[in-house]
Design a protein around this ligand. Structure first.
Ligand code: SAH
Length: 252
């Protein structure tokens, strides 16, 4: 039995003004097959049906960032200025989302895939080799430690984070890693005004501002999604991120 991903060229075009090349489509397919295979060894994802995988893993991963990179999109101003290739980090990447689809799609960026689980990172190392992706590297570690590491703190233009914790926790994980002017992209499902108030309070302490909250629906199942774009506008105080476990136990 083969599990063939749909192409969805028209939907890519209509929603993101972008379409995968033949090579990118082949890489998506290979990624899908490797994840199905990896799922037998470890619990990587519950989303295994081809259409659902396309929507919730591929499309959803790219929806948060591809519009920023396209020249004729109104949010282009969101993109941090950089003359060098943009440095991205995906925090708590798990089976590689959103990081791997972004790596496939945006070759002129360097991407760091961070996860605290070694088994997941070992799986991702194999994915990078199998898909011949040379613009990404992996790190086993906690966001709280990496955020205090001189090599990583204030080193990234864009920090991606999906399904890792409450938004204020995501803010504490992402903002220390960003250069000033850099952008955190926090992927969410549902979102409420009360949550905006909490996030506002957290980002104030971390040197960030909420620049944009975008609401949209996914193209196949019409599920609600939000992307929160948080800009780093000032230094993050040295005490953030707090020690391992503290951000999630005592959210800002
Ligand atoms: N981003 C992926 C995976 C979400 S599951 C997706 O959207 O599909 C959350 C992942 O974050 C897990 O793999 C877990 O190991 C990792 N994680 C949780 N807390 C972390 C932390 N503080 N630092 C690094 N990784 C973390």
């Amino acid at each position: 039995m083969t599990n063939l991903l749909p192409e969805m060229a028209e939907i890519w075009q209509q929603t993101l003004n972008w379409q995968p090349t033949l090579q990118q489509q082949a890489q998506f397919q290979k990624l899908y097959e490797l994840i199905l295979e990896g799922n037998r060894q470890q619990n990587l994802t519950r989303i295994v049906e081809p259409q659902e995988f396309w929507e919730k893993h591929l499309w959803d991963s790219l929806r948060g960032i591809v519009p920023l990179l396209s020249a004729n999109f109104s949010s282009t101003s969101l993109l941090p200025y950089s003359s060098a290739p943009l440095a991205l980090i995906d925090i708590g990447t798990g089976a590689g989302f959103p990081g791997i689809p972004v790596t496939i799609t945006v070759p002129n960026c360097t991407i760091t895939l961070l996860d605290s689980t070694r088994k997941k990172i070992t799986f991702l190392d194999n994915i990078l080799t199998e898909l011949a992706l040379t613009n990404a590297k992996t790190i086993v570690g906690r966001a709280e430690e990496i955020g205090q590491h001189p090599q990583h703190r204030q080193a990234y233009d864009i920090a991606l984070i999906r399904a890792v914790g409450a938004a204020s926790v995501c803010a504490e994980y992402t903002l220390p890693l960003l250069k000033q002017g850099g952008l955190a992209i926090i992927y969410r499902g549902n979102w409420t005004k009360e949550e905006t108030t909490d996030l506002q309070n957290a980002v104030n302490q971390l040197g960030g501002v909420i620049e944009l909250i975008e609401k949209f629906t996914t193209p196949l199942s019409d599920s609600i999604r939000h992307c929160l774009y948080v800009r780093k506008v000032a230094n993050t105080p040295a005490n953030f991120p707090r020690a391992v476990g503290v951000p999630s136990q005592k959210p800002l």
